[in-house]
Design a protein around this ligand. Sequence first.
Ligand code: SPV
Ligand code: MG
Length: 320
Amino acid sequence: MSFDEQFHRSGLNGHSAARTPGRKLRDQLGAGEPCQLMGAHDGLSARIAVAEGFDALWASGLCMSTALGVRDSDEASWTQLLTIVETMVEVVNAPILVDGDTGYGNFNTARRFSTRAERIGAAGISLEDKIFPKMNSFFGDDHALAPESEFCGKIKACKDAQSDPDFVLVARTEAMIAGLGVEVALERAEAYVAAGADAVFIHSRQPTAEQIESFMSSWHDRAPVVIAPTTYHTVTVGDFKCMGISGIIWANQSMRAAFTAMRDTCREVKATGGVFAVESSIASLKEIFSLLHYHQLDTETAKYASFTPTPTSPFRTEPR
Ligand code: SPV
Ligand code: MG
């Protein structure tokens, strides 16, 4: 069997035997139950989310930037962010939807980003219709939208360039963040689907889900709809299912929880001059070793640290 045949039979190219990440995400978005994408910002947060039962992840621009210690205003480069996504892809099997912000410029930079995200094993990207450099949707009021036709061009360029037809492009409209209302969100979302988007992400920062409900009542299932209930946080998955939502992104709760835990631990150690007070409330090393399968490495060390093959050559009579 040639190397090529072996490669394809083994599914190592990611396309022959197994479902691609894009296919997995599509299946989840079309499953009837809303797909819940837990926000992740590094390999550890990705592993914890999957270990706790989440089948899909959101590689959050806000959270990855925060973990890098910089602002969510395109201060981190897209290559920096995709390097983080790559570490997540390596450690979990769940499909990852990558926050691609505005695509970092024009159709060409968006296409470069999309192509690279697909190549490293992401399931899809989300692009938003703001202007580069964008600002996080929850900060301030400067959220001007890019011209609709320019954003449609970005969508088309990315869709035309993908290798896996199942790689998912989510088009996110910030119309409601920009204060333009549900009508504009509907009009833009429809244009983005016509340009080739596989799903739309409708973002709202209202304290209730009123805008989302209003959008859904006029959308009539034109394409799957994804949301991030950060400010309307009292609404349940069941409620979103009734509205017809396909994907729920828990965008930043995991990172915010980590922030609180790290800050409080630092405060406590500084205040008490020791670690006694925090010991019982922080993860044990045993738990960390378990999540990261340290014991598996023990087993593998026994198997691989030294290996004496059965001699097949007539020239060697004694093992070394
Ligand atoms: C992110 O997680 O980076 C997002 C979602 O884009 S939000 O911060 O809610 O705008
Ligand atoms: Mg973002």
